[in-house]
Design a protein around this ligand. Structure first.
Ligand code: ATP
Ligand code: MG
Length: 565
């Protein structure tokens, strides 16, 4: 493609709301333009990358036996009512008013609808169906460019099996295919065990990249590749050591002492001998939670333990329930009845200090076995950066991550809801056992840019670069330079390479070089008077900045070799 004839709207200025590199560069390099909140038009260069990504996905899905579908984005609302997901998706679901239609945010319902009508017997299974198609989600906070759009492209696939073992096979095939897809797309990724959330079902994993633009927080071990969402992450932490000897409780006057650090300093003890108390309300029940020292309570872990939504108690509730303000609350002498739980590290702890439920007083020598009616010890703490990996003890890093794909063992949630059954070998009707697997196409493009860019622009991996080569005619007013450039343009294409040819006469050489770095093709071929004096052209590898010259007559071979390697 000749830049002079094509549509390559590169810009210097980016909108103020484009704060992350991929968003800025996708606009600056003319890959996309924003139409509305979370709505983007992909321009030819951006769509060229998307097509490469989709092709890689197709190849890997076909390789595991996937069959490609194309399902409607416009769905009758009834089928979403049948599975209860009109309610589950809530405001995320786009409704077509007066038509009883919705725009599909995912396609479990539609796939299951097809299976219900077509799959009869175990002999029809397993099946692996996929599509690459537009999804609609009314994301409450569309941001970070195409990373969170309200219309986006997803590869979604669905496995149907007649046994749990079959589901395991389908699931593992996807896990392997996903690794290949992300590797081929040039992404450094990691895999996180996750909860299945609103989708329902057992086991699931998320594929993620590390990025400050991410919305998930993950504990990551660079040594053994342990990776877990902070909501479930654990680390190796020493538990309480029981002290010898029985000591009676003692009340200590602690004027103006509110925090664990102040208390430890005042009493000249380790912070780990202090039990921090927190009051939450779960339904109607006040819950008193103890953490060791400065350990941070993880509210999601608490929610998982209690099985309900929780909220921190208000200051006036604290006073009414305990008789004291935050900072002076403890297990002894509470006014109200509490459900009391404690972090695992406090199991059996004694010689502990905590609030006296009386402002400016604390109590010492608390024995959690003797003095506190703890209903259970659970892992409630938030892992901190640098703590030891639970598997290999190497230091964990706490990083932000972006989800690029997700694989779920759905089980029979949708087949039961929609009555998609099959006859097993003994002629008995059984619900189809399903899996669901998604990859965001635009997210791969944006995440690739997040991982591969520099101050000058994008650095595409060869596998998804919109063009193999960026050919630059430096001196368009020189007849011989133009002739050599044109010849190279033709012969590179005749070798099957895709070439972006900067043949513009209207802009300076410096401008062309800047654009070439911004657009980020893996190899630049520079045809200019300086090197042509020696019958040479210059090659520049975008990723490393390495430059070298080759004779004109061997230029095509050199480029082909670079691209194929
Ligand atoms: P997130 O937690 O980021 O909202 P999700 O759990 O809702 O993601 P899934 O329903 O599992 O995502 O969708 C599968 C894939 O589709 C995701 O892994 C992601 O790559 C992509 N995706 C999801 N929502 C969006 C969106 N709003 N914009 C772009 N891609 C998205
Ligand atoms: Mg979502």
């Amino acid at each position: 493609m000749r830049i002079s004839k094509g549509f390559f709207p590169t810009v210097k200025e980016v909108p103020a709301d484009a704060v992350i590199p991929s968003h800025q560069l996708m606009i600056r390099a003319g890959l996309m333009r924003q139409l509305g909140a979370g709505i983007f038009s992909f321009l030819p260069l951006g769509y060229a990358v998307m097509k490469k990504v989709m092709q890689i996905i197709r190849e890997e899905m076909d390789a595991i036996g996937g069959q490609e579908f194309h399902l409607p984005a416009l769905n009758p609302i009834e089928i979403w009512e049948e599975t209860g997901r009109v309610k589950a998706f809530g405001d995320i679901l786009f409704h077509i008013k007066n038509r009883a239609l919705v725009l599909a945010p995912t396609h479990e319902e539609i796939i299951t609808h097809i299976a219900r009508n077509q799959i009869r017997s175990y002999k029809d299974l397993p099946q692996l169906w996929y599509q690459i198609q537009t999804k609609f989600r009314n994301e409450p906070r569309p941001k970070s460019g195409v990373l969170r759009g309200r219309q986006f492209t997803m590869k979604d696939s669905y496995s149907m099996d007649s046994s749990p073992e079959g589901l395991d096979v389908s699931y593992n095939l996807h896990a392997e295919a996903y690794k290949k897809i992300y590797s081929r797309c040039g992404l450094n990724f990691f895999i996180v065990g996750a909860s299945s959330g609103a989708m329902g079902g057992s086991g699931s994993q998320e594929f993620m990249i590390e990025s400050d633009a991410g919305e998930d927080t993950v504990a990551l071990c660079d040594h053994c590749h342990y990776a877990a969402n902070l909501e479930v992450a654990t680390s190796k932490m020493p538990s309480a050591v029981r002290l010898n000897g029985e000591k009676a409780l003692e009340e200590i006057h602690t004027p103006n002492i509110k925090t664990i650090d102040q208390l430890a300093k005042f009493l000249k003890i380790e912070t780990n001998k202090c039990a921090k108390s927190l009051v939450y309300i779960s339904g109607d029940t006040p819950v008193l939670i103890f953490m060791m020292g400065n350990d941070q309570l993880n509210e999601i872990k608490l929610q998982t333990v209690l099985g309900t939504d929780v909220r921190p108690a208000q200051p006036e509730e604290l006073l009414a329930l305990t008789g004291a303000d935050a900072g002076s609350i403890g297990p002894i002498g509470l006014k109200a009845k509490f459900k009391i739980i404690a972090d695992k590290r406090l199991e059996g702890a004694n010689g502990m200090y905590s609030g006296a439920n009386k402002n400016d007083y604390h109590i010492g020598n608390i024995d959690f076995n003797r003095d506190v009616k703890v209903e259970g010890n659970y892992d409630l703490r938030t892992v901190e950066d640098g703590e030891s990996c639970p598997n290999c003890s190497s230091p964990l890093r706490i990083v932000k991550g972006i989800e690029i794909g997700h694989i779920f063992k759905l089980g029979t949630k949708y087949s039961v809801a929609l009555g998609a059954n099959f006859l097993d070998e003994s002629g008995k009707e059984q619900p189809i056992i399903m899996g669901s697997y998604g990859i965001g196409v635009e997210r791969i493009v944006a995440c690739h840019i997040e991982q591969h860019h520099d101050a000058n622009g994008i650095i595409w991996s060869k596998s998804i670069a919109p063009y193999d080569v960026h050919l630059i005619c430096v001196n368009p007013d020189s007849e011989s330079i133009v002739k050599t450039s044109e010849e190279l343009y033709n012969s590179l294409q005749s070798k099957g390479l895709s070439v972006l040819f900067d043949d513009r006469t209207s802009v300076s050489a410096g401008f062309k070089f800047k654009d070439a770095d911004l657009l980020g093709m893996p190899l630049q071929v520079v045809v200019g008077e300086r090197n042509m004096k020696n019958q040479e052209v210059e090659l520049k590898e975008r990723a490393t900045g390495k430059r070298w010259t080759v004779k004109v007559q061997s230029a095509v071979d050199a480029v082909v070799q670079f691209v194929k390697n």
